[in-house]
Design a binder for this molecule. Structure first.
Ligand code: WT7
Length: 641
């Protein structure tokens, strides 16, 4: 596999005349934003959002890095996503289309969604949820998940969604950090034809979550579950007695909209805080101009709502714009490897957004699967989550896009809330680069000394509307993590280079964060899970290049005296990490060694471990405290391969 970081990619794909003619975006957008950046965002905010009360300032930057956007503006997200469409000619337009793995299909029009969201907001409020209370969601990709999100925003209760694939321990920690009052979950959902026991996991977590008063359970998979008297209520039962209207709360532009936990370079996941106004502006602006959605389109973003992509580009962005968003709950190869293309054909999907790891998986399976289906309705493709290698880009372009669909390679993060560096359909494309910043976004590449450079660190030079506002309950960590290294520039944690066209090539994380199948995992989190096991003395985790996943988890482990690195122990450790964090964090490789390579100041040299894992010759190891240890690890690893 070629790597994005080293690829020399000179192919340029110019947009067709037809694409340019029909695009929502025009070159003038860039000019407008360049001339008057805040004026551009002001226009976006006025055109895209229905405000209950106007804001008095576009940006308040008087207390950096605690920026405020659209100050004193009042609005409600569910009103913008639902009410205003339900009360327009879009009333009978499909808002959410859904298919489950076992083939259940649901279409909710804006009119119906309006009713459901109102009722669930009413039901939640009867359970005691008030403005400002945190509500945790641990749910499958079902319409009720979107309804729950919107109902929370209607009340003004920030949600914290925990990906259904996370373990009960992870769920517990996130509930406790957010001090959530309510948990919304489902009995289960189907994965490869069998029910996955969500509620059972939730019950496990709930043993140690003192703040949770009520649990709302959606009946979805029909698997048997236990309902705890006085604590658990069925979704359908509370909906039956709910009011059909719930007045949307007038939220301040800077009121918290949601918390979403993500991995950082230190152990504890960070609760990324997003607020109401700016987030709604930038998610809509990007859906409109990057994905170029049209009134009659069916749009499908394959991300789970447990990730930021699901928040911004399954639910909030497309619904606020009044578009039709498709949700699938299931595995991508069930019952067969053409499942995605089968659905794309049947639902008439026009715009499709997925991750490089999925594309590489499809690529491995072969072209016979997309070939079975008529994908001629597709007009535009998107990718997100990690650098896409040019081979995968070309495969996607030719075999899914039929050589006619531009690919929007969108660089952004949980923290940025919405696209930051991305082409528009009018942008000439090169396979493997996210190209240039979105209008109104100021991104640069700088060296250690904050000087502009063609290779270095990716930074954002000025605040943007959908930026995170803080780390929940930890302002200091927000400052330290993002604003220490380069002062008033936001440090994204990614490396990047610039080519002769000025295009930005993101090369991957420069901190101790792994990207496994587009999922972010902190090395420190996995390491601390490993050292919890009684046998383990010390652990160092690195990301090893992987053809499909991008990176795989590779752990170097030293054992306490008296323990032996048996295959059984490997299994035990892998399992433990799965239980602590979730199956995606389970190491593919565990290598037992007598010592770990450390600098004289005691810092583990992960770079060397990566060299070993990826089969490169050992570089300079003279700064090591014990160079012999390194030789031993290298020999051991070579023996294993
Ligand atoms: C990290 C953010 C944003 C939603 C999905 C992941 C990597 C993301 C790209 C891209 C190169 C990318 C970066 C970033 N990343 N998109 N188009 N090209 N790298 O969100 O979990 O917050 O991860 O994903 O390393 O920092 P996330």
């Amino acid at each position: 596999m070629d790597t994005n970081a080293n690829a020399i990619e000179n192919r340029v794909f110019y947009p067709s005349e037809e694409v340019v003619k029909n695009a929502n975006a025009t070159p003038e957008l860039y000019e407008e934003a360049k001339k008057d950046r805040l004026g551009f965002w002001d226009r976006m905010a006025k055109e895209l959002v229905t405000w209950f009360e106007p804001y008095d300032k576009v940006l308040d930057d008087s207390n950096p890095p605690f920026y405020k956007w659209f100050t004193n503006g009042k609005l409600n997200v569910s009103y913008n996503c639902v009410d205003r469409h339900a009360k327009s000619e879009k009333r009978n337009k499909a808002a959410i289309c859904y298919e489950s793995e076992i083939g259940k299909k649901v279409v909710l029009t804006y009119g119906q969604l309006y009713r459901e969201v109102n009722m669930f907001a009413s039901a939640l409020s009867k359970l005691g949820v008030k403005k400002g209370d945190r509500v945790c969601l641990y749910m499958p990709m079902i319409p009720e998940a979107a309804i729950a999100m919107l109902a929370c925003t209607r009340i003004g209760a920030p949600h914290s969604i925990v990906f259904g694939g996370f373990s009960s321990d992870s769920l517990r920690d996130r509930i406790n950090d957010a001090k959530a009052k309510i948990l919304i979950t489902a009995d289960g959902n189907f994965r490869k034809g069998a029910p996955f026991p969500l509620k059972k996991n939730a019950d496990e977590a709930l043993k140690e979550t003192p703040t949770v008063e009520k649990v709302v359970v959606v009946q979805n998979a029909g698997n048997e579950i236990e309902m705890v008297e006085g604590r658990d209520v069925w979704y359908h039962e509370i909906m039956a007695t709910a009011d059909t209207y719930y007045e949307p709360e007038k939220m301040d532009a800077e009121d918290m909209l949601f918390i979403l936990y993500t991995s950082g370079s230190t152990g504890k996941p960070k609760g990324v805080v997003h607020t109401t106004g700016g987030y709604l502006v930038q998610t809509q602006a990007t859906v409109k101009y990057v994905f170029d959605l049209k009134e009659t389109d069916v749009y499908w973003c394959t991300a789970d709502i447990g990730w930021i992509t699901g928040h911004s580009y399954v639910v909030y962005g497309p619904l606020a714009l009044g578009m039709t968003t498709f949700m699938y709950d299931g595995t991508i190869d069930y019952p067969d490897k053409d499942r995605m293309w089968d659905m794309a054909e049947r639902w008439g999907v026009n715009v499709f957004y997925t991750a490089p790891t999925a594309i590489r998986t499809f690529m491995k399976w072969g072209t016979e699967y997309p070939k079975k289906h008529d994908l001629s309705q597709l007009r535009l493709l998107g990718t997100v989550g990690e650098p896409i290698n040019p081979e995968a880009w070309m495969w996607y372009y030719e075999n899914i896009g039929g050589g006619r669909c531009p690919i929007m390679d969108t660089w952004w993060q949980t923290e940025t809330g919405a696209h930051m560096v991305t082409p528009l359909p009018i942008t000439p494309l090169k396979p493997g680069t996210a190209t240039i910043p979105f209008p109104g976004i100021e991104v640069d590449i700088v060296d250690e000394n904050k000087q502009p450079s063609d290779r270095g660190y990716l930074v954002v030079k000025s605040p943007w509307p959908s930026m995170l506002r803080t780390i929940y309950g930890d302002d200091q960590r927000y400052i330290d993590q993002y604003w220490k290294r380069f002062g008033d520039y936001y440090f994204a944690g990614d490396g990047a280079k610039r080519d002769e066209m000025g295009y930005i090539w993101v090369t991957g994380r420069v901190d101790d964060v792994l990207n496994v199948s587009g999922h972010r995992l902190g090395t420190a989190e996995i390491e601390s899970a490993l050292v919890e096991c009684e046998e383990v003395a010390e652990a160092a985790v690195i990301g090893k290049k992987h053809d499909v996943k991008g990176e795989s988890v590779c752990a170097f482990v030293t054992l306490k005296d008296g323990f032996e690195g048996t295959p059984e122990l490997v299994e035990k450790l892998r399992k433990h990490v799965g239980v602590k964090i979730g199956p995606i964090a389970r190491p593919d490789d565990i290598i037992f060694t007598a010592a770990l390579p450390k600098t004289r100041s005691g810092k583990i040299m992960r770079r060397l471990l990566r060299d070993i894992a990826e089969g490169r010759a050992l570089g300079d190891i003279t700064t090591l405290a014990d160079p012999g240890a390194m030789q031993e690890i290298a020999a051991k690893y070579a023996g294993k391969e």
